[in-house]
Design a protein around this ligand. Sequence first.
Ligand SMILES: Nc1ncnc2c1ncn2[C@@H]1O[C@H](COP(=O)(O)OP(=O)(O)OP(=O)(O)O)[C@@H](O)[C@H]1O
Length: 489
Amino acid sequence: MVRQKRSRTVDLDFTLRKVFGKSGFRPVQREVINAVLEGHDVFLQAATSFGKSLCFQLPAVLDFGITVVVSPLLALMNNQIAGLRAANIKVATINSTTTSAVRTSILDDLKCGHPLTRLLYVTPEYCAMDHFRRILRVIHEQRELARIAIDEAHCISEWGHDFRPSFKELNFFKKEFPDVPIVCCTATATQRVRDDIITTLALSERNLKMYTMTTSRPNLHYEIRFKSDEVDQYDDFISWIRAVHGRRRKDAARASQLAMQDERIDNVSGIIYTLYRKDCELLAARLRDDGIGAKPYHAGLTNSDKDAHLEGWVSNKEGYDVIVATTAFGMGIDKENVRFVVHWQIPKSFEGFYQEAGRAGRDGKASLCIMYYGREDRDRAAGMLARDQARKENSKSNKGGMGPATQAAALGRAKSLQSLIAYCESTSACRHQLICQYFGEDITPECEWACDWHKNATALVKRKEEGLASEEWCSTQRERGLYSVDDYD
Ligand SMILES: Nc1ncnc2c1ncn2[C@@H]1O[C@H](COP(=O)(O)OP(=O)(O)OP(=O)(O)O)[C@@H](O)[C@H]1O
């Protein structure tokens, strides 16, 4: 049911400034926020760093009742919660790291039916728990369940059909509380994924407002650096980062500006993504040996190490300039001054690549996204995907055969990697254009020399010829089983 429209311009602008400390809305944010406040279900797809979170956070502060935010990753929850707490917003999270005393006090607040908590961050798995559902019913009876926000909503389609089935069970919300609006936010959804999310959540077209904006990020400079197993790309990277530090040091005006802002010359904040945990540790250690403040981040670290590394990096602490991470550190992480994102190998999906590269340049300043691409790594990534797929097919939950949605998701994953390979191998189109094309956008995105093709297409062709192993070589190596892979995550 659409709520009656009321004049709230003053409230919106006031809350934006006073609570969130922002001077104005970005394009389309106001429109989306109004739709949310009017009680529509909202599907918001927009580029990384667009400011999608504000579209459910501001209504949560302004409106009455509680907003339940379903979020897939702990790092992402913690990152958003830290920002909200800094703005004095009453926010809570219940997840595997919440202590029992804190959990009890949050649950006490919820159980009364009139919670003081404005935003509650939970995982989809927690939403599937009976005791939590009982509490939600109490809050709903008191008409205090304002809305459900599903952050990174593409996970419903990417993960819900196999390894995190609780995403699929989020259909519980519309079944039990059809009058409670749902807001879905994502930066990465193809048409198939959008349709899948809407069907899974049972969002009705009558009350649904769709906002699909461009994925283009003109301030990101995309570049492929071709490599083969024969060459250690470390030398290339370390020369590059040292050159960046050197330029900052040599430029007297820049150096004194940094000194005045109490910033270090070598605080060039960045992320390096690797597919394997062992690379993560080794690379971070190697960088530290070479004087670069680098820390690892992967699922095998203790929670306290992960928190310390994330916190040090976010606060620009010395020794924490570069995070070397697996995909455990990706979606949604928001830090404004990330000047580079490097993919040490090709990731397993186009969406993953776009999400991870999207951590760069969130302050709107030019930032570099480098991918080291080798055909041997391509074959390893394909091998991983095939192995993941075989595991899923053999898993208990698929004993009766894979359903059509599960099959479509599997096909989607294979297509995604194929498209990313085509992106890396391409020497005949703008990288921004290729990204938009993948997400189904029929536009020519802005690219002011912001990709390797636009910078020098001839040099790109040459670098590819010189840098990659030949297909013949890769196929013989494949036949000999040389690209089998270790465990990763
Ligand atoms: N109107 C605004 N004015 C200034 N800054 C804003 C505004 N709206 C959002 N931001 C800031 O933009 C940054 C990115 O916002 P947010 O994290 O919500 O991005 P997102 O769209 O969810 O991106 P991603 O999909 O990459 O997670 C945040 O630091 C946020 O505070």
